[in-house]
Design a protein around this ligand. Structure first.
Ligand SMILES: [Zn+2]
Length: 349
């Protein structure tokens, strides 16, 4: 399963590279046409009138143009030196994960963070020397001992609110940071909560997220497709992604797999990084659910437990049931940095 996922990561990188090469090829083709046209104009201007052109040798302008063309096709740079083998990470690394939800121009509720506060928080994180990482880098650290940048931090948003793109993404870009958004799949592009008719908050569309993903500012991962319901908030049926009372193990596994499948089908309309991470809706989880998600290929799972994580090369378990710091509007930069600087621990240890 892990090999499959790693292959999937590589395939995504290849897909992005191919897309880049295609643009380059188109660019080169256009340049070639232009070069031929230029040659033609030069020849037309330099060559004598046809009736007087008797010289058996090619006009000098043609030779010059050909030489120029040859020069253009020759490698501009000497062959690059082979890259030295990449350094391998051997030591554990502490990773704070920040959890945000909705952003707004002003905040009148704790978990809604105002634009001004979010900007101050991101500037403080950057100025303290933190480097925002993506879930792909965390997998590479654990699987391949690929080093992480100094003081890594994973910034996350839950639910997929449009404000994450309108307010969050530009500030992340300005501060050189990036974030992972856990989207409720069925609420994509919706203003309503689940299948109710009550107005909630605008959720972004994948199409609008795509440019930010291409820029490397955002990643889009999973918060379930349609299991973001809680009994304590009036939901009926399943509590988050937990097993129903009396539900067989087989039926439960099938339900989780079907939910992830629905999520992937809708998300794969756009070119996003491989689906590898999930934040438990309402933070509800148990070991059974986490194992089923692992069996479905989800490499990282996130709780709402307030702690810093310790990542260890070669230990895939450290990517599971990770803690997150719930960042609210009243959380000043100093408080935030203190919360991030606590020593990390591996989930369950
Ligand atoms: Zn949520």
């Amino acid at each position: 399963m892990r090999n499959k996922k790693r292959r999937s990561n590589r395939e995504w990188v290849e897909k992005r590279k191919r897309s880049g090469r295609k643009k380059l090829t188109i660019g080169l083709s256009a340049a070639s046409v232009l070069a031929v046209m230029c040659c033609f104009i030069i020849v037309a201007a330099a060559a004598p009138p046809p009736e007087t052109a008797k010289a058996p040798t090619e006009p000098a302008a043609v030779k010059a143009a050909e030489t120029e063309a040859e020069t253009e096709t020759a490698p501009a740079q000497p062959a690059a030196e082979p890259e030295p083998p990449a350094e391998k990470a051997t030591e554990p690394v502490d990773l704070p994960v920040l959890m945000y939800h909705h952003l707004d121009t002003v905040s009148n509720y704790g978990t809604v963070v105002s634009e001004e506060v979010f900007r101050r928080q991101m500037e403080a994180v950057r100025d303290a020397g933190y480097h925002a990482v993506g879930v792909d880098q965390l997998i590479a650290f654990v699987d391949d001992s690929a080093p992480l940048p100094e003081k890594p931090v994973l910034i996350t948003f839950d639910d997929g609110y449009a404000s994450n793109l309108k307010i969050g993404a530009p500030i992340l870009k300005e501060t050189g940071l990036k974030a992972t958004i856990f989207v409720i799949g069925r609420d994509e592009a919706d203003y309503y909560y689940g299948d109710t008719e009550s107005y909630f908050l605008e959720h972004f569309t994948y199409d609008l997220a795509q440019p930010w993903v291409n820029l490397g500012v955002l990643d889009v991962q999973c918060h379930s497709y349609d299991m973001h319901h809680a009994l304590r908030y009036g939901g009926t049926g399943r509590d988050g992604m937990l097993r129903l009372e009396g539900e067989s193990e087989e039926d439960y596994r099938a339900a989780i797999a079907a939910d992830l499948k629905s999520f992937s089908v809708r998300r794969d309309r756009c070119v996003f990084p491989p689906l590898t991470a999930l934040a438990f809706p309402y933070g509800y989880y148990n070991d059974e659910l986490d194992q089923i998600l692992a069996d479905c290929g989800i490499r990282l799972t996130f709780t709402i437990e307030n702690r810093v994580n310790r990542l260890e090369p070669g230990n895939p378990g450290c990517l599971r049931k990770m803690g997150r710091i719930n960042v609210v509007d009243r959380c000043g930069p100093e408080t935030l940095l203190n919360l991030m600087a606590r020593p990390g621990s591996v989930s369950g240890s």
